[in-house]
Design a protein around this ligand. Structure first.
Ligand code: KIV
Ligand code: ZN
Length: 391
């Protein structure tokens, strides 16, 4: 798959990098449910699993590959013949599929983990890409721990992988170590120094150990990367991966600044997030960007008054744009008269049904005692007020 110069491809790895970090694995049925939701969301490539890792993973990659219609199914393989064969076997029923093969390139990994020379690692990478190309022309190669790889060696590896036939080359910040400026510099150097770079899509895969996965992915995209690897709700190894919903909404919300498109249907974001959270048993923190329970809720009276006058005073995107019905105005002691009147109108009361000043004073007393005031509390205040007048 090639990328337009102004379109960023979304490669989702919720079912591989995300799933491998869960305390309990998902069933084949649950994985299929997630894959279909990702397809509905508009994900371009779905990494369905790591077929050689277990018979269960092989079977679920196979089922997902048979079930997808528009998204491209993908499987992970180390740079080893058995992994690539397993990947191809699991995916081959699909009309198009991607084999994603990888090997580590940083000194730490090459010396301590692989215990090979740099030349041997290049040879393994080239052999793996060529092997995968026997089964599909959609081959992705990843330089694991690229973020900590010497740039000269990274350039050499990327050039060799593209020459061997990789159509996508992925630059992972496997341990979430780089800063946005550094990571942008790596991508920029690759574009400046690798002679055949235009023959492949440059992808990025950022982990969140320092909370920079999304920022690093964005920095890379601004330097020309045209595929981002991400997961729903940012689930993944350790502190997780780049959160799909965040990078997608950055591209959409700042479209006029970034001038980049993507195929994500943002109105599917909320329900996909909920599905993944429920099936993976991974709650989403309330203040999480885009999909947290508080992402579209306003508590301060000044903010509430502002959004009631013009939504964009305190909302840079609408809740509807991510598939949430409407924003929430939390009724607390910081809320003003305006929002109380607004909520009572929403609940079906006319302004002639109550005296706003009286209800507001009663509301403040209650809010000071209990914090958040709910609709049923407001209705009770109205009821008691009416009873007083009837006595
Ligand atoms: O984090 C990583 O480097 C990976 C690779 C397999 C792409 O997940
Ligand atoms: Zn990863």
């Amino acid at each position: 798959m090639t990328a337009d110069t102004d379109r960023v491809l979304f490669f989702d790895t919720t079912l591989r990098d995300g799933e491998q970090a869960l305390p309990a694995s998902l069933s084949a049925k649950e994985k299929l449910q997630i894959a279909l939701a990702l397809e509905r969301l508009g994900v371009d490539i779905i990494e369905a699993g790591f077929p050689v890792s277990s018979p269960g993973d092989f079977a679920s990659v196979k089922t997902i590959a048979q079930s997808l219609r528009t998204a491209i199914p993908c499987g992970l393989a180390r740079a080893l013949p058995a992994d690539i064969e397993a990947c191809s076997d699991a995916l081959k029923s699909a009309s198009r599929f991607r084999i994603h093969t990888f090997i580590a390139t940083s000194d730490i990994h090459v010396n301590a983990k692989l215990r090979k020379s740099q030349q041997q690692v290049v040879e393994m990478a080239v052999a793996a890409v060529k092997h995968a190309r026997r089964y599909t022309d959609d081959v992705e190669f990843s330089c694991e721990d690229a973020g900590r790889t010497h740039i000269d060696y990274l350039c050499r590896m990327v050039e060799a992988a593209i020459n061997a036939g990789a159509s996508t080359v992925n630059i992972p910040d496997t341990v979430g170590y780089t800063t946005p400026t550094e990571f942008a510099g790596i991508i920029e150097s690759l574009f400046n120094r690798v002679p055949n770079i235009d023959n492949a899509v440059i992808s990025v895969h950022c982990h969140n150990d320092l909370g920079l996965a999304v920022a690093n992915s964005l920095a890379a995209v601004e330097k020309g990367a045209r595929q981002v690897e991400c997961t729903i709700n940012g689930i993944g190894e350790r502190a997780g991966n780049c959160a799909l919903e965040e990078i997608a909404m950055i591209l959409k919300t700042r479209q006029s600044h970034l001038n980049l498109e993507c195929n994500i249907r943002s109105t599917e974001i909320s329900r996909t997030s909920k599905l993944v959270s429920q099936l993976c048993n991974m709650p989403v923190q309330a203040n999480k960007a885009i999909v947290g329970a508080n992402a579209f809720s306003h508590s301060s009276g000044i903010h509430q008054d502002g959004v009631l006058k013009a939504q964009n005073t305190y909302e840079i995107m609408t809740p509807e744009s991510v598939g949430i019905n409407k924003n929430l105005l939390n009724l607390t002691s910081r809320s003003g008269r305006h929002v109380i009147k607004h909520r009572l109108t929403e609940l079906g009361y006319q302004s002639t049904d109550y005296d706003l000043d009286t209800i507001y004073q009663a509301f403040l007393q209650l809010a000071d005692k209990k914090g958040q005031v709910y609709d049923y509390d407001l209705e009770a205040l109205l009821f008691f007020d009416q009873q007083k007048h009837e006595q």
